[in-house]
Design a protein around this ligand. Structure first.
Ligand code: HEM
Length: 142
């Protein structure tokens, strides 16, 4: 189950369903040296951060093992992959969604062999970040 959880995390790092979180400033702030006045909508593009080599070496590669142990020399920022957002308004259904994904995928894999013999899926924002086109998987009962 640990490997499956790491696969889900890695998938959401590469392809976060929600690509950014928005917040409206309630006071004047200085963020990264920029003056941001009260009342401005600030978007945190965690999709960009979670796909940078700076935080995730070989960021374009699917490497679930990177979630197993935190390398003490790692440059990863704790906010560099936030598929469920963060803070008071973070996803209310996070635990539910995580459990749903884990149980569903574990059950499917226990019962079926899955093949995908087509080009890499093309992702678009509609407005969730999801594959653009049919998911042509082949399921074979084990
Ligand atoms: C993979 C599945 C899901 C992802 C990636 C996801 C992601 C998110 C994100 C990024 C936010 C905004 C968080 C922020 O602004 O900090 C959010 C908000 C929210 N999500 Fe999810 N979500 C998922 C599934 C669910 C499910 C299954 C439920 C309900 C059962 C749910 C209920 C909510 C609610 C109610 C909010 C608004 C929270 C608030 O504004 O206080 N989500 N979700």
């Amino acid at each position: 189950m640990g490997f499956l959880k790491a696969c889900i995390k890695e998938t959401m790092r590469l392809f976060p369903v929600v690509i950014g979180n928005g917040r409206c400033t309630t006071s004047n702030y200085v963020i990264g040296g920029y003056q941001v006045p009260k009342g401005v909508q600030v978007i945190f593009q965690h999709y960009v951060m979670s796909n940078l080599d700076e935080y995730f070496p070989k960021s374009s590669e699917f490497i679930p093992e990177r979630w197993f142990h935190r390398d003490p020399n790692s440059t990863r920022h704790n906010f560099s992959s936030l598929p469920f957002g963060f803070g008071k308004r973070m996803c209310l259904g996070r635990r539910f969604a995580d459990l749903e994904m884990q149980i569903l995928i574990a059950k499917i894999i226990a019962n079926y062999k899955i093949e995908y013999n087509y080009p890499q899926l093309d992702y678009h924002i509609h407005p969730m970040y999801t594959p653009n086109g049919p998911l042509k998987f082949r399921f074979q009962r084990r």
